[in-house]
Ligand binder design. Structure first.
Ligand code: GLY
Length: 567
């Protein structure tokens, strides 16, 4: 009870003390937490301060993010966790990704004439909702690694949901931008709009008693009501009765959901070992390919803001995405050449396709060793920016790097019991095949959609934890995280400096340069060597912590509302 009272009073104080845009590099000696929202960072800090470990803090942070940043993540969605257990000196990865309903088939997003639906016709409504995994992930990992009582970690969010929180600038802008879609469903509309039907403005005191009630059940009974009981029934009813676009999710899907511990995908970069989430995420493999190819160029002679590096980075990005589109999907359903994709000789060969002074014409998927008999078609499924990332290092040296999502901003736009339901099924290819060949990331019953989420942990040559990092941003998560890794590992930048570097992406045909940064000045140079260029916002939400000999150094992305706290 004492913990509960202390946590609550500390949150209320922080609500008054922390400005909505607080962010910046921070140093600490014992523990640190970096999340996308100041209130969520404060909950993580309070838990660590009371002696909780990184997994305890993860539970508190995730539930608070669900309340105060509902557009990005929550118990209606899925997540990937990279966890470093300091005592055992082990890194493990946990897959809490959504699954496709057992009754869904590969034609879920096809129209009657066999052509794919428009993206948002698939997103909005029950059709896109996969079986949520985040709550089960919290519960399973807390049961195995947590130290504080489960219910104490949930109390701060219950109490703030009841008392109300101030709507942040980013949340208010997100509601306004998406107002038309959000008004489709009565529960969502009544939560996110004022009585006169205008979107809730920044600073509104927003109460969510339905979510408080949901969390009370979860605090008392764990995930049981969510996967088997009254919350499960409400989720299924909401999906199956969604006006105009019902979905296939059933009670059987919820009952059969499980979290999978998978081997992390690790690769070497210089003296470091970089570990991330393997399939169904494409994150670690694609980042590993990019860094592996770039290691064949003398990057340390180049400026991270100069034209030579930007060109090389973009070409490595595109080449890696060619393999991603052809081979990467849920490896429980598709035989993937995981080892071959990171084979050093293969990556050296692929790096030779990069011409260092102009755009190369030969950018197609390669044939990694062990992938000789593949007959697949490339996929270019859309993944729009959304999602949230947080990093935690506790006083015992354990670390959490977790990327968590309900997919599109506000997910399917369906709300039940105070939380939003994901639209993760739109991360599958809408087409199951092309030119008579199957697409690896096609929808199949029970399968997990391919992700770009890239929660990452880096270890030094002695095997000690060096860094935890990740980002939201749809498929651009991959170049955002790759850029930050290079900033720290290649150029020895402070994590905040690395996060602040201009974002660059070339996932598909066009090079994207971040508007309002020095990168936009490279447009003419890049066009001259053959790139098609677009200058645009590239709103990463990178959060990272680096372990240095003098303590922890944390950074939060100034492009969003993140905050680092530590002691
Ligand atoms: N839905 C975003 C991702 O999984 O990459």
């Amino acid at each position: 009870m004492l913990i509960k009272r202390l946590l609550l009073s500390s949150i209320i104080t922080s609500l008054m003390a922390i400005s909505a845009t607080a962010q910046g590099s921070k140093k600490a000696r014992k523990f640190m937490v970096a999340t996308a929202n100041p209130v969520a960072s404060q909950v993580g800090y309070d838990i660590l301060k009371r002696g909780g470990n990184a997994i305890d803090a993860m539970v508190g942070v995730q539930l608070m993010l669900n309340l105060v940043e509902p557009q990005s993540s929550g118990i209606g969605g899925g997540a990937f966790l990279l966890f470093y257990d300091a005592k055992r000196n082990e890194v493990s990865s946990f897959d809490g990704r959504e699954t496709a309903p057992l009754k869904a088939k590969g034609d879920l997003f096809l129209k009657e004439d066999g052509s794919p639906m428009k993206f948002f016709d698939g997103v909005v409504g029950g059709r896109s909702v996969g079986t949520p995994g985040t709550l089960k992930l919290l519960e399973v990992t807390h049961r195995n690694f947590g130290s504080l009582p489960w219910e104490d970690l949930i109390q701060p969010t219950i109490q703030l949901a009841e008392k109300g929180f101030r709507v942040s600038k980013r949340m208010a802008a997100s509601v306004e931008r998406d107002a038309e879609r959000l008004r489709t469903f009565p529960a969502t509309k009544s939560y996110l709009f004022l009585n006169d039907n205008t979107p809730i403005p920044e600073g509104t005191l927003l109460r969510n008693p339905d979510f408080a009630q949901t969390l009370r059940l979860i605090a008392a009974h764990g995930s049981e009501p969510f996967y088997y009981g009254e919350i499960a029934r409400d989720i299924v009813r909401t999906v199956q009765e969604a006006k105009g676009n019902p979905g296939k999710l059933s009670l059987a899907d919820l009952r059969n959901y499980w979290v999978i511990e998978r081997p992390p995908v690790c690769h070497d970069y210089k003296q470091y070992q970089v570990c991330g989430m393997g399939p169904p995420s494409s994150g670690a493999l694609t980042i590993g390919q990019m860094l592996g190819m770039l290691s064949h160029f003398s990057l340390d002679d180049l400026s991270p803001n100069g034209p030579k590096f930007v060109h090389l980075f973009a070409e490595a990005n595109l080449l890696a995405f060619k393999d991603r589109g052809l081979y990467m999907a849920d490896s429980d359903y598709v035989d993937m050449p995981i080892k071959g994709l990171l084979d050093p000789k293969y990556l050296e060969m692929r790096s030779k396709l990069i011409n260092s002074s102009r755009v190369s014409d030969s950018m197609s998927p390669g044939v990694p060793p062990t992938a000789l008999n593949y007959k697949l078609s490339p996929d270019a499924s859309m993944e729009l920016p959304s999602t949230s990332h947080f990093a935690i290092v506790d006083a015992q040296g354990n670390a959490v790097s977790m990327t968590t999502t309900i997919e599109n901003g506000f997910g399917s736009r369906l709300m039940t019991r105070g939380f939003l339901l994901n639209d993760e099924l739109t991360d599958f290819s809408f087409r199951p095949e092309r030119d008579g060949q199957l697409i690896a990331n096609r929808l199949e019953p029970g399968k997990r959609p391919r992700s770009s989420m890239s929660p990452t942990l880096v270890f030094n040559s002695k095997g000690q934890l060096h860094m935890a990092v990740g980002s939201p941003g749809g498929s651009r998560i991959i170049p955002y995280v790759a850029k930050t890794l290079l900033g720290v590992l290649e150029w020895n930048m402070d994590i905040q400096e690395a996060i602040n570097l201009p974002n660059i992406a070339k996932n598909f045909g066009t090079m994207e340069l971040e508007v309002g940064t020095s990168a936009e000045q490279l447009k003419a140079d890049m066009e001259q060597i053959g790139h098609k260029v677009r200058v645009r916002p590239l709103t990463s939400g990178l959060q990272g912590i680096v372990v240095t000999p003098s303590g922890l150094v944390g950074g939060a992305d100034p492009r969003r509302e993140g905050l680092v706290l530590g002691e």
